[in-house]
Each structure stands twice: as C-alpha cells, then as structure tokens.
Design a protein around this ligand. Structure first.
Ligand code: PLP
Length: 251
C-alpha cells in the first residue's frame, strides 16, 4: 500500500506555471474579443512521466510529444496509472512513415502531417493497428510559413508542407478511412515577429475551410507567442516550457 504524500514541491511549481499560462490564454482570448476558448496542449517532451502524471492530477487532459519512442513509452506508463488513464496524446513532431504503426496505437492526433506518403502510411496503420476506443486519427497539415506561397517546399528543415501543397494533402487526409482532417498547424519562423506568420496561417486556414468546412482547427502558438496566435484565431495551443520550465538541453 502506498500513502499519498500530498502535493510535492514540483506539483506546486507546475500548478503555479500552469495557472499563469491559463491566465495568459484567458487574457489574450478576451483581448481578441473571442467567445470561444482555445484548447491547451501541454508539451511534455523531455520531461519524465512523473511530471505528466502531476499535470494530469492538476486537470490537464491533452499532452503533446514530438518523438515516438518517448511518447509511446510515456503513453504506456500513463495508461497503467489511475491519474494517467484519461490523458489524450498528441503527436506534434516530425514523423517518419515507419513510425506510423506505433503512433496510431496511442495518439489522438498528429499535428505534423506534411506529405502524402505519410497520409498513406497513417491510413494503413490505422486500419491495422489502431485500438477501436481511440476513434479516428485527427490529422493536422503542418504548413511551412517560411515557404513562398506558390512554390513547393524544398524539403529542407522541418517546417512542414508548402502552402501550395496543402489542398492535395487535405484531400488525401479527408479521403482516407480512419483519418479526419482537423485543420492546419504551424510554427512561427524563429527570430521574427510571429504576427504576420500567424495572419498568413489564418488566411490559409480560411481557404482550407472553403473546400473542407469541418477542418476548422488552427494549431498555433507556443510559450513565446501564444498571445499572437490567439489574436490570429488559434484554436489549439502547444505550450511546453512555460508550463514545465526550461527543457534539458538535449535532443
Ligand atoms: C516543443 C514544441 C512546442 C512547445 O514549445 P515551447 O516553446 O516549449 O512552448 C510546440 N510545438 C512544437 C511543434 C514543438 O516541437
């Protein structure tokens, strides 16, 4: 039998940081005159499962990870614990097609779909390996906001698909059994004002909704730029370090 020692210092640290981030979200949502409330996905990459369980006890339900090996181990560990059973895992990192089989076993969503070959791999994997209770896999098309509007992406870096490739990718997702098209995702270019990038993303999302009305999601906004993302219509925020503290300098 284990005795509940009560909240530890780390839990209190997480409670304070989470509360501060939630307050920022509320303030920015009000400032933007929005009546909806963006969803918060807490990015737990590089932090131990104990922190994920602490967050779950603080009411967090949605967590994000960017590496399959780490994410699958944590999802398994969490599922074995009362506190972790209700967590929803979101895959937000670059995904190799050969990891699709593993990811569909635990992830509610993949925010980083950037090529048709990955859509095909996810579709096959869902058909064969997805637990029925997870439901369809929500797919977000990651858009490279650094790429010129009319040119295909070079494939360099990890920024996602070129905006010109978005319609084809969206059609591929929407046309695949077991996948749903959730919307668009992007990371603002580093070292620049995120406002223009998020404004561009909002326009891209509006275009997408014309052909796919249910794909209303905009996954944008991290610790440093969530206010700007909310001002530009983000529906899902991916926040790591401002909740968990600075990440260990690895990976
Ligand atoms: C790590 C990561 C985040 C969270 O970044 P923070 O700056 O720690 O909030 C969000 N999105 C993606 C794709 C990430 O890899």
């Amino acid at each position: 039998m284990t005795v509940d020692p009560g909240p530890d210092a780390r839990t209190e640290d997480l409670r304070a940081r989470l509360g501060a981030v939630q307050e920022r979200i509320e303030r920015a949502t009000r400032a933007a005159g929005r009546s909806d409330r963006p969803a918060l996905i807490v990015v737990t990459k590089f932090f131990p499962i104990e922190d994920v369980l602490r967050l779950a006890e603080l009411g967090v339900r949605d967590v994000g990870e960017n590496r399959d090996q780490e994410a699958s181990a944590k999802a398994d560990a969490a599922a074995a614990r009362d506190a972790g059973r209700d967590l929803r895992w979101h895959f937000i990192g670059q995904l190799q097609s050969n990891k699709a089989r593993s990811v569909v076993r635990y992830a509610r969503s993949v925010h980083s779909v950037d090529r048709v070959s990955l859509v095909r791999a996810l579709g096959r994997a869902v058909a064969e390996h997805r637990p029925a209770d997870l439901g369809p896999l929500a797919c977000w098309v990651q858009v490279d906001l650094g790429a010129p509007a009319a040119e295909p992406a070079t494939g360099a870096g990890h920024g996602g698909a070129a905006p010109a490739d978005l319609p084809g990718l969206a059609d591929a997702i929407a046309g695949t059994d077991g996948l749903t098209l959730a919307g668009v995702m992007a990371v603002a270019p580093r070292g620049a004002d995120p406002g223009p990038a998020f404004a561009r993303l909002a326009g891209i999302a509006a275009d997408l909704r014309r052909s796919h009305p249910s794909a209303a999601g905009i996954s944008a906004g991290m610790s440093a730029d969530l206010e700007s993302a909310i001002a530009h219509g983000a529906t899902h925020l991916r926040v790591g370090s401002d909740v968990l503290g600075p990440r260990p300098a690895v990976g």
